[in-house]
Write a protein that binds this ligand. Structure first.
Ligand code: PEP
Ligand code: MG
Length: 582
């Protein structure tokens, strides 16, 4: 059993497919003893083929630059290197693994030798070695990269990580489950997997080395485990668990259209977080009352060129028309940190999470920000649209963004381009400074929505993407609960309600606490979580919630809070918080 972090609920059972994009994307396979010689020949052929290609390139290169042809000679020499070739063959024979895997392992071992070298010339050799090995692997695979589109059968995807553009190309019908080495509770792999309803576990160290393609696997996305090659008894147990979970989820969907209201009459709106317009069709099924957060970044990540105003308008209009008469909040581009775009110039940043991301990136690229805002304004004519700025850390950013927005509105009025004159403007509260000053912020905007994913990262100084510190990423740390309480109180003081669109909003364990903060307006979440949260709210009373929250806020440690949450929620809602559902 391998332990990780559960990011998308459910159980999946199937065969592993290793996709290792961080390195050279190779599948590890165990070779039958009788096929070992054939594998060695395959490897030798690929080496010879690579040498030939190098020589051909050399011929072409020598016409252009003689210096370059000398470099290619050194590459060829590397392939004559006894160590690289011999070690790989030894590995194939001893460990009975495929050639791609064996040469990668040899490469990794050789690269370790370069780690402590300070000489630039020798360091350059490190890259040469990688390049040459890559050439051999390309020939072994017959193509340069093992791509997600190659998956043609239902599998459980095992990978180091998936960048957002890989994530969006997941062939949903073939990916039963997903597990990665990298990532934390709120990494975008998790958010996306959850949106697609793919049971997933992330943050399992050296996962790709522990599993072989073809291994039978169970992904327990409820408890955050993977079980490799289970016994028949375990398999049966999980099949039963899988069925129970499915039944429970189906039951939640019955009567999903009824309003979300506590039994003493407090109404809460439950909305969906989406990453693409394709998700809108399924929102009704989960009872979403609208889209509380449209993350527009994925629109850019899936496009080979920077979207034009017309591309953006078409996309937003489609989203608005499909969701109408329900509202949609479109977040302006939140690029940076884990989602980088080649279209905008950005220097390598030492701390991308603290760098040019969100509204900062938009204000640094006002031409594109203008296109985005114009596209949203034009789309606002087709339904109820709200605009939301991400990553606000200073009031001035809102004033500057609004000033750009106002200029656009004036221009559109002059040109008689219609838009919703009453369009609401809001911001995400996801930095400590915004949390502290949210009452001032509320004077500049119509609404605020708390992005707890980033707020936790910045308040606790824990990178939400880094699995090494994933154990410190604790949503129910007392500092987080107190900060939420302060935001709600500050908003209350100026007569405003508060929305939440971070993952906490979709965690049923937190529902009663959030209700008890008093002036909750909307919880926006992964649509799959809506039915569960709805069920909790419909069984609660605001009076009890306030009492519960008061008690919770008195606790001193994360452990105490977690235990209190689990115990008390189990007591109140035994069917919804059984051991296997938390
Ligand atoms: C958040 O930070 O809580 C949030 C909702 O935004 P994202 O996860 O896209 O950063
Ligand atoms: Mg955020």
């Amino acid at each position: 059993m391998l332990k990780g972090i559960a990011v998308s609920k459910g159980i999946s059972i199937g065969k592993a497919h290793i996709l290792d994009r961080s390195k050279l994307c190779i599948l590890k396979q165990v070779i039958d003893s009788k096929n070992i010689d054939r594998e060695v020949i395959r490897f030798r052929t690929a080496v010879e083929q690579t040498k030939k290609q190098m020589q051909e390139t050399k011929k072409k290169a020598s016409r252009i630059a003689s210096k370059y042809s000398i470099i290619l000679d050194t590459y060829t020499l590397l392939l004559d290197d006894d160590i690289l070739v011999k070690d790989t063959i030894n590995k194939i024979q001893k460990e009975k693994v495929n050639a791609e895997w064996a040469i990668t392992e040899t490469l990794n071992k050789s690269l370790l030798l370069f780690d402590n070298i300070n000489d630039d010339y020798l360091k350059g050799k490190r890259d040469d070695l990688e390049l040459v090995v890559h050439g051999v692997i390309k020939n072994l695979l017959g193509h340069s990269q093992n791509s997600l589109a190659d998956i043609q059968n239902p599998v459980i995807l095992i990978t180091h990580t998936l960048n957002p553009s890989d994530t969006i190309s997941i062939p949903r019908q073939y990916v039963l489950g997903l597990a990665t080495e990298v990532g934390g509770k709120t990494s975008h792999v998790g958010i996306f997997a959850s949106a697609l309803g793919i049971p997933s576990v992330v943050g399992i160290k050296s996962l790709t080395e522990k599993i072989n393609t073809g291994d039978q696997l169970i992904i327990d996305g409820i408890n955050g485990h993977i079980i490799t090659n289970p016994t028949q008894k375990t398999l049966e147990r999980y099949k039963k668990k899988q069925l129970e979970h499915k039944k429970y989820e189906e039951k939640l969907l019955i009567d999903i259209e009824r309003p979300t209201v506590t039994n003493d009459g407090f109404r809460v709106k439950l909305m969906a977080n989406i990453e693409s317009t394709h998700e809108i069709k399924s929102l009704k099924k989960f009872g979403a009352e609208g889209v509380g957060l449209y993350r527009t970044e994925f629109l850019y990540l899936s496009s080979p060129t920077l979207p034009t105003e017309s591309d953006l308008y078409d996309n937003f209009k489609k989203a608005v028309q499909e969701i109408t008469p329900r509202p949609i909040t479109i977040r302006t581009l939140d690029i940076g940190m884990d989602k980088q775009l080649a279209f905008f110039e950005s220097n390598e940043e030492d701390n991308p999470a603290l760098g040019l991301r969100g509204i900062r990136m938009s204000l640094a690229n006002p031409e594109h920000f203008t296109l985005q805002l114009r596209a949203i304004l034009r789309a606002s004519l087709h339904g109820e649209v709200k605009i939301m700025y991400p990553m606000i850390s200073d009031l001035r950013e809102i004033i500057e963004a609004n000033s750009i927005l106002n200029k656009i509105k004036i221009d559109m009025r002059e040109k008689q381009i219609p838009f919703d004159e009453n369009i609401e403007i809001g911001v995400m509260i996801e930095t400590p400074s915004a949390a502290i000053c949210c009452d001032q912020i509320l004077e500049e905007v119509d609404f605020i929505s708390i992005g707890t994913n980033d707020l936790i990262q910045y308040l606790l100084a824990v990178d939400r993407m880094n699995e090494q510190v994933a154990h410190l990423y604790q949503p129910y740390n007392p500092a987080i609960l107190r900060t939420l309480k302060n935001i709600f109180d500050n908003a209350q003081a100026v007569g405003k309600k508060v929305s939440i669109c971070g993952e906490i909003g979709g965690d049923p364990l937190a529902t009663l606490f959030l209700l008890g903060l008093g002036n909750l307006d909307t919880l926006s979440m992964d649509p799959h979580s809506i039915p569960h949260v709805k069920k909790i709210i419909n069984q609660s009373s605001i009076k009890d919630a306030k009492q519960f929250t008061k008690q919770l806020l008195k606790l001193n440690s994360t452990d105490e809070i977690n235990c209190f949450l689990i115990d008390e929620m189990r007591k109140r809602y035994p069917l919804d918080f059984q051991e296997s559902q938390i």
